[in-house]
Design a protein around this ligand. Structure first.
Ligand code: GDP
Ligand code: IMO
Ligand code: MG
Length: 431
Protein backbone atom coordinates (compact mmCIF):
# COMPACT_ATOMS: atom_id res chain seq x y z
CA UNK A 1 0.00 0.00 0.00
CA UNK A 2 1.25 3.49 -0.77
CA UNK A 3 -1.18 5.95 0.77
CA UNK A 4 -2.11 5.43 4.40
CA UNK A 5 -4.04 7.56 6.88
CA UNK A 6 -3.54 7.27 10.63
CA UNK A 7 -6.50 8.51 12.66
CA UNK A 8 -7.59 8.54 16.28
CA UNK A 9 -10.57 6.35 17.06
CA UNK A 10 -11.38 7.75 20.51
CA UNK A 11 -11.12 11.28 21.98
CA UNK A 12 -7.53 11.99 20.95
CA UNK A 13 -4.16 11.19 22.52
CA UNK A 14 -4.39 7.57 21.40
CA UNK A 15 -0.71 7.49 20.48
CA UNK A 16 -1.05 8.56 16.83
CA UNK A 17 2.29 10.37 16.86
CA UNK A 18 4.18 7.29 18.00
CA UNK A 19 2.62 5.11 15.30
CA UNK A 20 3.11 7.76 12.58
CA UNK A 21 6.77 8.06 13.59
CA UNK A 22 7.13 4.28 13.34
CA UNK A 23 5.43 4.09 9.93
CA UNK A 24 7.31 7.14 8.64
CA UNK A 25 10.42 4.98 8.31
CA UNK A 26 8.77 3.49 5.19
CA UNK A 27 7.12 6.69 3.90
CA UNK A 28 8.45 9.44 1.62
CA UNK A 29 6.03 12.16 2.66
CA UNK A 30 4.09 12.74 5.91
CA UNK A 31 1.10 15.08 5.79
CA UNK A 32 -0.95 16.86 8.47
CA UNK A 33 -4.37 17.55 6.96
CA UNK A 34 -6.52 19.13 9.70
CA UNK A 35 -6.37 20.73 13.13
CA UNK A 36 -3.67 22.96 14.53
CA UNK A 37 -1.48 23.13 17.59
CA UNK A 38 -4.35 21.86 19.72
CA UNK A 39 -2.76 18.55 18.72
CA UNK A 40 0.21 17.29 20.73
CA UNK A 41 1.87 14.13 19.48
CA UNK A 42 4.57 12.63 21.68
CA UNK A 43 7.42 10.58 20.24
CA UNK A 44 10.05 8.81 22.29
CA UNK A 45 13.12 7.85 20.29
CA UNK A 46 16.36 6.56 21.83
CA UNK A 47 15.16 7.72 25.23
CA UNK A 48 14.55 11.27 24.04
CA UNK A 49 11.09 12.79 24.13
CA UNK A 50 9.65 15.08 21.42
CA UNK A 51 6.24 16.73 21.40
CA UNK A 52 5.09 17.76 17.93
CA UNK A 53 2.15 20.10 17.59
CA UNK A 54 2.12 21.25 13.96
CA UNK A 55 5.11 19.61 12.32
CA UNK A 56 4.18 16.12 11.08
CA UNK A 57 5.62 13.18 13.02
CA UNK A 58 7.93 12.23 10.15
CA UNK A 59 10.35 14.95 11.23
CA UNK A 60 12.64 12.61 13.15
CA UNK A 61 13.52 10.56 10.08
CA UNK A 62 16.13 11.90 7.66
CA UNK A 63 14.98 12.86 4.21
CA UNK A 64 11.20 12.64 4.68
CA UNK A 65 9.18 15.60 3.47
CA UNK A 66 6.77 16.99 6.08
CA UNK A 67 3.68 18.69 4.66
CA UNK A 68 1.25 20.91 6.54
CA UNK A 69 -1.82 20.79 4.31
CA UNK A 70 -4.58 23.22 3.40
CA UNK A 71 -7.06 21.82 5.94
CA UNK A 72 -4.94 22.85 8.90
CA UNK A 73 -5.02 26.09 10.89
CA UNK A 74 -1.53 27.22 11.79
CA UNK A 75 -0.28 29.63 14.41
CA UNK A 76 2.81 30.90 12.56
CA UNK A 77 4.60 31.87 15.80
CA UNK A 78 4.05 28.38 17.23
CA UNK A 79 5.16 26.76 13.98
CA UNK A 80 8.46 28.63 13.88
CA UNK A 81 9.09 27.91 17.55
CA UNK A 82 8.60 24.20 16.88
CA UNK A 83 10.80 24.26 13.77
CA UNK A 84 13.56 26.07 15.70
CA UNK A 85 13.38 23.57 18.56
CA UNK A 86 13.66 20.64 16.13
CA UNK A 87 16.54 22.22 14.22
CA UNK A 88 18.36 22.86 17.48
CA UNK A 89 18.21 19.11 18.11
CA UNK A 90 19.48 18.53 14.52
CA UNK A 91 16.17 17.42 13.04
CA UNK A 92 14.31 18.82 10.03
CA UNK A 93 17.59 19.97 8.52
CA UNK A 94 18.06 20.30 4.76
CA UNK A 95 16.12 22.22 2.16
CA UNK A 96 12.43 21.73 1.51
CA UNK A 97 11.90 19.33 4.39
CA UNK A 98 8.85 21.30 5.51
CA UNK A 99 6.15 22.51 3.16
CA UNK A 100 3.30 24.69 4.33
CA UNK A 101 0.17 25.13 2.25
CA UNK A 102 -0.54 28.58 0.82
CA UNK A 103 -4.18 27.79 1.57
CA UNK A 104 -3.79 26.92 5.26
CA UNK A 105 -5.41 29.48 7.54
CA UNK A 106 -3.54 31.41 10.18
CA UNK A 107 -4.37 31.27 13.84
CA UNK A 108 -3.81 34.78 15.19
CA UNK A 109 -3.49 35.96 18.81
CA UNK A 110 -7.03 37.39 18.63
CA UNK A 111 -8.34 33.86 17.98
CA UNK A 112 -6.66 32.67 21.16
CA UNK A 113 -8.03 35.64 23.11
CA UNK A 114 -11.57 34.95 21.85
CA UNK A 115 -11.29 31.20 22.57
CA UNK A 116 -10.16 31.84 26.15
CA UNK A 117 -12.62 34.64 26.86
CA UNK A 118 -15.53 32.55 25.60
CA UNK A 119 -14.51 29.56 27.69
CA UNK A 120 -14.14 31.75 30.78
CA UNK A 121 -17.64 33.16 30.24
CA UNK A 122 -19.13 29.68 29.83
CA UNK A 123 -17.93 28.70 33.30
CA UNK A 124 -19.27 25.24 34.16
CA UNK A 125 -20.61 24.70 30.64
CA UNK A 126 -17.21 25.31 29.05
CA UNK A 127 -16.09 22.86 26.34
CA UNK A 128 -12.65 22.64 27.90
CA UNK A 129 -10.85 23.71 24.72
CA UNK A 130 -7.09 23.84 24.58
CA UNK A 131 -7.36 27.64 24.40
CA UNK A 132 -5.19 27.83 21.30
CA UNK A 133 -7.77 29.66 19.18
CA UNK A 134 -8.63 26.74 16.92
CA UNK A 135 -12.43 27.17 16.89
CA UNK A 136 -12.33 30.93 16.21
CA UNK A 137 -9.76 30.42 13.41
CA UNK A 138 -11.96 27.84 11.66
CA UNK A 139 -14.95 30.18 12.12
CA UNK A 140 -13.07 32.90 10.24
CA UNK A 141 -12.16 30.43 7.53
CA UNK A 142 -15.81 29.49 7.01
CA UNK A 143 -17.06 33.07 7.17
CA UNK A 144 -14.36 34.02 4.64
CA UNK A 145 -12.69 36.49 6.93
CA UNK A 146 -9.66 34.30 7.59
CA UNK A 147 -6.09 35.12 6.68
CA UNK A 148 -4.32 32.49 4.65
CA UNK A 149 -0.58 32.11 4.21
CA UNK A 150 -1.25 33.06 0.59
CA UNK A 151 -2.22 36.53 1.85
CA UNK A 152 1.21 36.94 3.39
CA UNK A 153 2.87 37.01 -0.02
CA UNK A 154 1.67 40.58 -0.63
CA UNK A 155 2.49 42.50 2.55
CA UNK A 156 0.45 45.59 1.71
CA UNK A 157 -2.87 43.80 1.27
CA UNK A 158 -2.07 41.41 4.12
CA UNK A 159 -1.54 44.34 6.44
CA UNK A 160 -4.85 45.89 5.41
CA UNK A 161 -6.73 42.65 6.01
CA UNK A 162 -4.97 42.06 9.33
CA UNK A 163 -5.74 45.59 10.55
CA UNK A 164 -9.38 45.18 9.54
CA UNK A 165 -9.58 41.90 11.44
CA UNK A 166 -7.83 43.30 14.53
CA UNK A 167 -10.26 46.24 14.67
CA UNK A 168 -13.26 43.95 14.36
CA UNK A 169 -11.99 41.35 16.86
CA UNK A 170 -11.06 44.02 19.39
CA UNK A 171 -14.56 45.42 19.19
CA UNK A 172 -15.98 41.93 19.77
CA UNK A 173 -13.55 41.20 22.61
CA UNK A 174 -14.34 44.47 24.39
CA UNK A 175 -18.07 44.86 23.83
CA UNK A 176 -19.35 41.31 23.75
CA UNK A 177 -16.83 39.21 25.67
CA UNK A 178 -15.79 41.98 28.09
CA UNK A 179 -12.18 40.93 27.57
CA UNK A 180 -8.97 42.86 27.06
CA UNK A 181 -8.37 44.01 23.47
CA UNK A 182 -5.10 43.22 21.67
CA UNK A 183 -2.32 45.62 20.87
CA UNK A 184 -2.80 45.69 17.08
CA UNK A 185 0.40 47.59 16.33
CA UNK A 186 2.54 44.97 18.05
CA UNK A 187 0.89 42.15 16.11
CA UNK A 188 1.35 43.89 12.74
CA UNK A 189 5.01 44.48 13.53
CA UNK A 190 5.55 40.89 14.67
CA UNK A 191 3.91 39.57 11.50
CA UNK A 192 6.11 41.76 9.33
CA UNK A 193 9.20 40.33 11.02
CA UNK A 194 7.99 36.74 10.85
CA UNK A 195 6.89 36.92 7.18
CA UNK A 196 10.43 36.60 5.82
CA UNK A 197 10.88 33.30 7.68
CA UNK A 198 7.54 31.80 6.64
CA UNK A 199 7.59 32.54 2.89
CA UNK A 200 10.28 29.94 1.99
CA UNK A 201 8.09 27.13 3.37
CA UNK A 202 5.04 27.98 1.24
CA UNK A 203 4.01 25.42 -1.31
CA UNK A 204 1.07 24.26 -3.40
CA UNK A 205 0.81 21.22 -1.15
CA UNK A 206 -2.20 19.77 -3.05
CA UNK A 207 -0.14 19.64 -6.25
CA UNK A 208 2.87 18.32 -4.30
CA UNK A 209 0.91 15.46 -2.70
CA UNK A 210 -0.91 14.54 -5.93
CA UNK A 211 2.42 14.46 -7.76
CA UNK A 212 4.05 12.31 -5.06
CA UNK A 213 1.16 9.83 -5.34
CA UNK A 214 1.37 9.82 -9.16
CA UNK A 215 5.08 9.03 -8.95
CA UNK A 216 4.36 6.05 -6.68
CA UNK A 217 5.81 7.57 -3.52
CA UNK A 218 4.55 6.45 -0.14
CA UNK A 219 2.46 9.10 1.54
CA UNK A 220 1.37 8.93 5.16
CA UNK A 221 -1.44 11.18 6.42
CA UNK A 222 -1.29 12.03 10.12
CA UNK A 223 -4.65 12.67 11.73
CA UNK A 224 -4.97 14.84 14.79
CA UNK A 225 -7.52 14.53 17.64
CA UNK A 226 -9.94 11.62 17.21
CA UNK A 227 -13.21 10.37 15.75
CA UNK A 228 -15.20 11.34 18.86
CA UNK A 229 -13.81 14.90 18.61
CA UNK A 230 -14.82 15.19 14.93
CA UNK A 231 -17.11 18.15 14.27
CA UNK A 232 -19.70 15.90 12.53
CA UNK A 233 -19.12 12.45 14.04
CA UNK A 234 -18.12 13.43 17.57
CA UNK A 235 -19.90 14.34 20.78
CA UNK A 236 -20.98 17.81 19.58
CA UNK A 237 -20.59 20.46 20.98
CA UNK A 238 -17.78 18.87 23.02
CA UNK A 239 -15.64 18.41 19.94
CA UNK A 240 -12.95 20.24 18.03
CA UNK A 241 -13.68 22.44 15.03
CA UNK A 242 -12.51 20.20 12.19
CA UNK A 243 -13.27 16.85 10.62
CA UNK A 244 -10.76 14.45 12.11
CA UNK A 245 -11.90 11.27 10.34
CA UNK A 246 -10.06 9.81 7.36
CA UNK A 247 -12.26 11.52 4.75
CA UNK A 248 -10.66 14.85 5.74
CA UNK A 249 -7.50 13.59 4.02
CA UNK A 250 -9.00 14.46 0.64
CA UNK A 251 -10.11 18.03 1.27
CA UNK A 252 -7.36 18.96 3.71
CA UNK A 253 -4.41 16.85 2.58
CA UNK A 254 -4.63 17.15 -1.18
CA UNK A 255 -5.14 13.44 -1.89
CA UNK A 256 -7.51 12.86 -4.81
CA UNK A 257 -10.62 10.93 -3.63
CA UNK A 258 -10.31 7.22 -4.22
CA UNK A 259 -6.55 7.25 -3.84
CA UNK A 260 -6.37 6.28 -0.16
CA UNK A 261 -5.21 2.69 0.19
CA UNK A 262 -5.76 2.18 3.93
CA UNK A 263 -6.79 3.82 7.17
CA UNK A 264 -5.17 2.67 10.34
CA UNK A 265 -7.15 3.61 13.44
CA UNK A 266 -5.36 4.13 16.74
CA UNK A 267 -6.90 3.29 20.07
CA UNK A 268 -5.60 2.99 23.59
CA UNK A 269 -6.17 -0.34 25.35
CA UNK A 270 -8.44 1.81 27.56
CA UNK A 271 -9.97 5.24 26.90
CA UNK A 272 -9.10 8.81 27.82
CA UNK A 273 -10.61 12.21 27.19
CA UNK A 274 -9.48 15.77 28.00
CA UNK A 275 -12.19 18.38 28.40
CA UNK A 276 -15.92 18.13 28.99
CA UNK A 277 -18.59 15.96 27.39
CA UNK A 278 -20.12 12.51 27.62
CA UNK A 279 -17.87 9.55 28.40
CA UNK A 280 -19.95 6.40 29.06
CA UNK A 281 -17.09 4.11 30.17
CA UNK A 282 -15.44 6.68 32.48
CA UNK A 283 -13.80 5.27 35.62
CA UNK A 284 -14.08 7.44 38.72
CA UNK A 285 -12.13 7.15 41.92
CA UNK A 286 -8.93 5.33 42.84
CA UNK A 287 -8.65 3.02 39.84
CA UNK A 288 -8.97 5.99 37.48
CA UNK A 289 -6.26 7.82 39.46
CA UNK A 290 -3.98 4.80 39.30
CA UNK A 291 -4.33 4.44 35.53
CA UNK A 292 -3.84 8.20 35.08
CA UNK A 293 -0.63 8.08 37.02
CA UNK A 294 0.70 4.84 35.48
CA UNK A 295 -0.24 5.90 31.97
CA UNK A 296 1.09 9.45 32.45
CA UNK A 297 -2.34 10.68 31.40
CA UNK A 298 -1.83 14.41 31.51
CA UNK A 299 -2.44 16.42 28.33
CA UNK A 300 0.77 17.09 26.39
CA UNK A 301 -0.74 20.34 25.06
CA UNK A 302 -2.13 21.80 28.26
CA UNK A 303 -0.94 19.57 31.13
CA UNK A 304 -4.56 18.92 32.16
CA UNK A 305 -5.33 15.55 33.78
CA UNK A 306 -7.03 13.27 31.28
CA UNK A 307 -10.27 11.57 32.23
CA UNK A 308 -9.88 7.77 32.22
CA UNK A 309 -12.24 4.97 31.17
CA UNK A 310 -12.40 1.35 30.05
CA UNK A 311 -12.04 0.39 26.41
CA UNK A 312 -15.35 1.15 24.69
CA UNK A 313 -16.15 -1.33 21.91
CA UNK A 314 -19.28 0.58 20.87
CA UNK A 315 -17.09 3.60 20.09
CA UNK A 316 -14.52 1.47 18.33
CA UNK A 317 -17.13 -0.11 16.03
CA UNK A 318 -18.45 3.37 15.27
CA UNK A 319 -14.91 4.61 14.51
CA UNK A 320 -14.28 1.59 12.27
CA UNK A 321 -17.31 2.55 10.20
CA UNK A 322 -16.68 6.31 10.19
CA UNK A 323 -13.13 5.84 8.97
CA UNK A 324 -13.54 2.77 6.75
CA UNK A 325 -10.79 1.35 8.93
CA UNK A 326 -8.44 -1.28 7.52
CA UNK A 327 -7.00 -2.22 10.91
CA UNK A 328 -6.54 -0.98 14.43
CA UNK A 329 -3.36 -0.31 16.40
CA UNK A 330 -3.89 -0.70 20.15
CA UNK A 331 -1.47 1.32 22.30
CA UNK A 332 -0.61 1.35 26.01
CA UNK A 333 -1.42 -2.29 26.73
CA UNK A 334 1.44 -2.16 29.26
CA UNK A 335 -0.48 0.33 31.40
CA UNK A 336 -3.18 -2.27 32.16
CA UNK A 337 -0.67 -4.74 33.65
CA UNK A 338 -1.58 -5.46 37.26
CA UNK A 339 -5.27 -4.53 36.86
CA UNK A 340 -7.56 -7.45 37.57
CA UNK A 341 -10.17 -7.87 36.22
CA UNK A 342 -10.07 -5.68 33.10
CA UNK A 343 -13.38 -4.48 31.77
CA UNK A 344 -14.59 -3.76 28.25
CA UNK A 345 -17.70 -1.72 27.53
CA UNK A 346 -19.57 -3.86 24.97
CA UNK A 347 -22.92 -2.03 24.84
CA UNK A 348 -24.88 0.82 26.44
CA UNK A 349 -28.22 1.00 28.09
CA UNK A 350 -30.21 4.17 27.69
CA UNK A 351 -33.20 3.98 29.99
CA UNK A 352 -34.49 0.43 29.46
CA UNK A 353 -33.11 0.08 25.97
CA UNK A 354 -29.88 -1.74 25.15
CA UNK A 355 -27.67 -0.38 22.36
CA UNK A 356 -24.97 -2.60 20.92
CA UNK A 357 -24.19 0.11 18.36
CA UNK A 358 -23.92 3.88 18.78
CA UNK A 359 -27.41 5.22 19.64
CA UNK A 360 -28.88 6.85 16.53
CA UNK A 361 -29.54 10.12 18.33
CA UNK A 362 -26.19 11.18 19.67
CA UNK A 363 -27.64 13.13 22.62
CA UNK A 364 -28.43 9.72 24.16
CA UNK A 365 -24.70 9.28 24.81
CA UNK A 366 -24.96 11.67 27.75
CA UNK A 367 -27.40 9.24 29.43
CA UNK A 368 -25.76 6.01 28.25
CA UNK A 369 -24.75 3.53 30.94
CA UNK A 370 -22.03 1.01 30.10
CA UNK A 371 -22.61 -2.74 29.86
CA UNK A 372 -19.32 -4.41 30.77
CA UNK A 373 -17.68 -7.68 29.94
CA UNK A 374 -14.92 -8.69 32.35
CA UNK A 375 -11.72 -10.49 31.51
CA UNK A 376 -9.02 -11.78 33.83
CA UNK A 377 -6.03 -9.45 34.05
CA UNK A 378 -2.30 -10.08 33.82
CA UNK A 379 0.72 -8.72 35.58
CA UNK A 380 4.38 -8.05 35.00
CA UNK A 381 6.23 -5.90 32.55
CA UNK A 382 5.48 -6.22 28.83
CA UNK A 383 8.80 -4.57 28.10
CA UNK A 384 10.63 -6.12 25.18
CA UNK A 385 7.61 -8.00 23.78
CA UNK A 386 8.01 -8.22 20.00
CA UNK A 387 5.23 -10.65 19.15
CA UNK A 388 1.87 -11.70 20.59
CA UNK A 389 3.55 -14.90 21.84
CA UNK A 390 5.74 -12.76 24.12
CA UNK A 391 2.66 -11.45 25.96
CA UNK A 392 1.10 -13.08 29.04
CA UNK A 393 -1.78 -15.29 27.77
CA UNK A 394 -4.47 -13.05 29.34
CA UNK A 395 -3.01 -9.93 27.71
CA UNK A 396 -3.04 -11.71 24.37
CA UNK A 397 -6.66 -12.83 24.90
CA UNK A 398 -7.59 -9.25 25.76
CA UNK A 399 -6.09 -7.93 22.49
CA UNK A 400 -7.79 -10.66 20.47
CA UNK A 401 -11.11 -9.81 22.12
CA UNK A 402 -10.71 -6.09 21.28
CA UNK A 403 -10.18 -7.00 17.62
CA UNK A 404 -13.22 -9.29 17.65
CA UNK A 405 -15.44 -6.63 19.21
CA UNK A 406 -14.17 -3.81 17.01
CA UNK A 407 -14.60 -5.97 13.92
CA UNK A 408 -11.16 -5.23 12.41
CA UNK A 409 -7.76 -6.90 12.51
CA UNK A 410 -5.28 -5.63 15.07
CA UNK A 411 -2.20 -4.40 13.20
CA UNK A 412 -0.03 -3.23 16.09
CA UNK A 413 0.14 -3.39 19.87
CA UNK A 414 1.95 -0.75 21.94
CA UNK A 415 3.80 -2.01 25.01
CA UNK A 416 5.75 1.13 25.90
CA UNK A 417 6.25 4.75 24.88
CA UNK A 418 9.36 4.33 22.78
CA UNK A 419 9.32 3.79 19.03
CA UNK A 420 10.52 0.20 19.28
CA UNK A 421 8.12 -0.82 22.08
CA UNK A 422 5.57 -1.88 19.48
CA UNK A 423 4.46 -5.32 18.34
CA UNK A 424 3.96 -4.98 14.58
CA UNK A 425 1.61 -7.63 13.22
CA UNK A 426 0.87 -5.83 9.95
CA UNK A 427 2.57 -2.82 8.43
CA UNK A 428 0.42 -1.23 5.70
CA UNK A 429 3.46 -0.11 3.70
CA UNK A 430 4.88 -3.64 3.73
CA UNK A 431 1.62 -5.56 3.21
P1 GDP B 1 -1.41 11.42 20.17
O1 GDP B 1 -1.90 12.79 20.39
O2 GDP B 1 -2.46 10.50 19.65
O3 GDP B 1 -0.16 11.37 19.32
O4 GDP B 1 -1.02 10.84 21.61
P2 GDP B 1 -0.20 11.63 22.76
O5 GDP B 1 1.21 11.66 22.35
O6 GDP B 1 -0.86 12.91 23.09
O7 GDP B 1 -0.46 10.69 23.99
C1 GDP B 1 -0.04 9.37 24.01
C2 GDP B 1 0.97 9.19 25.16
O8 GDP B 1 1.19 7.81 25.37
C3 GDP B 1 2.34 9.77 24.86
O9 GDP B 1 2.90 10.23 26.05
C4 GDP B 1 3.12 8.59 24.29
O10 GDP B 1 4.53 8.70 24.52
C5 GDP B 1 2.55 7.48 25.12
N1 GDP B 1 2.48 6.16 24.45
C6 GDP B 1 2.17 5.87 23.17
N2 GDP B 1 2.10 4.55 22.98
C7 GDP B 1 2.37 3.97 24.18
C8 GDP B 1 2.42 2.62 24.66
O11 GDP B 1 2.17 1.67 23.95
N3 GDP B 1 2.72 2.45 25.99
C9 GDP B 1 2.98 3.50 26.83
N4 GDP B 1 3.24 3.25 28.10
N5 GDP B 1 2.93 4.77 26.41
C10 GDP B 1 2.63 5.01 25.11
P1 IMO C 1 -4.27 15.06 19.70
O1 IMO C 1 -4.01 15.25 18.21
C1 IMO C 1 -7.04 15.37 23.08
C2 IMO C 1 -10.14 18.47 22.76
C3 IMO C 1 -10.00 19.54 23.83
C4 IMO C 1 -11.46 19.93 23.98
C5 IMO C 1 -11.98 19.86 22.56
C6 IMO C 1 -12.02 21.20 21.84
O2 IMO C 1 -3.09 15.30 20.54
O3 IMO C 1 -4.94 13.75 19.93
P2 IMO C 1 -10.12 22.73 20.79
O4 IMO C 1 -8.96 23.43 21.42
O5 IMO C 1 -9.72 21.77 19.73
O6 IMO C 1 -11.20 23.67 20.33
O7 IMO C 1 -10.77 21.88 21.99
O8 IMO C 1 -11.12 18.98 21.87
N1 IMO C 1 -8.91 18.22 21.96
C7 IMO C 1 -8.06 17.21 22.19
N2 IMO C 1 -8.04 16.27 23.15
N3 IMO C 1 -6.11 15.36 22.11
C8 IMO C 1 -6.13 16.27 21.12
O9 IMO C 1 -5.28 16.24 20.06
C9 IMO C 1 -7.12 17.28 21.15
N4 IMO C 1 -7.41 18.33 20.36
C10 IMO C 1 -8.51 18.89 20.86
O10 IMO C 1 -9.46 19.01 25.01
O11 IMO C 1 -12.14 18.95 24.73
MG1 MG D 1 -2.05 14.22 21.93
Amino acid sequence: MRTVAVVGSQWGDEGKGKIVDLLAADADVVVRFQGGNNAAHTLVVNGEKFVLRLVPSGALHDGKVCVVGSGTVVDPFALLEEVDALKKRSFLVGDNRLRLSYDAHMVMPYHRAIDRAREARLGKSAIGTTGFGIGPAYEDKMSRQGLRFDDLVDWKTFREKLERNIAEKNLYLKSVLKAKPLNGGELVEAMQKLRRRILPYLCDTGAFVADAVRRGQRVLFEGAHGTMLDIDYGTYPFVTSSNCIASAVFAGGGLPPGKLDATLGISKAYTTRVGSGPFPSEIHGKLGDRLRSEGGEFGSATGRPRRIGWFDAVLSRYAVRANGMWALAVTKLDVLSGIDPVKICVAYTVGKERHDEMPPARHALAKAKPVYEEMPGWSGSLNGAQSLEDLPPNARRYIERLGELAGVPIAMVGVGASRDATIVLRNPFRD
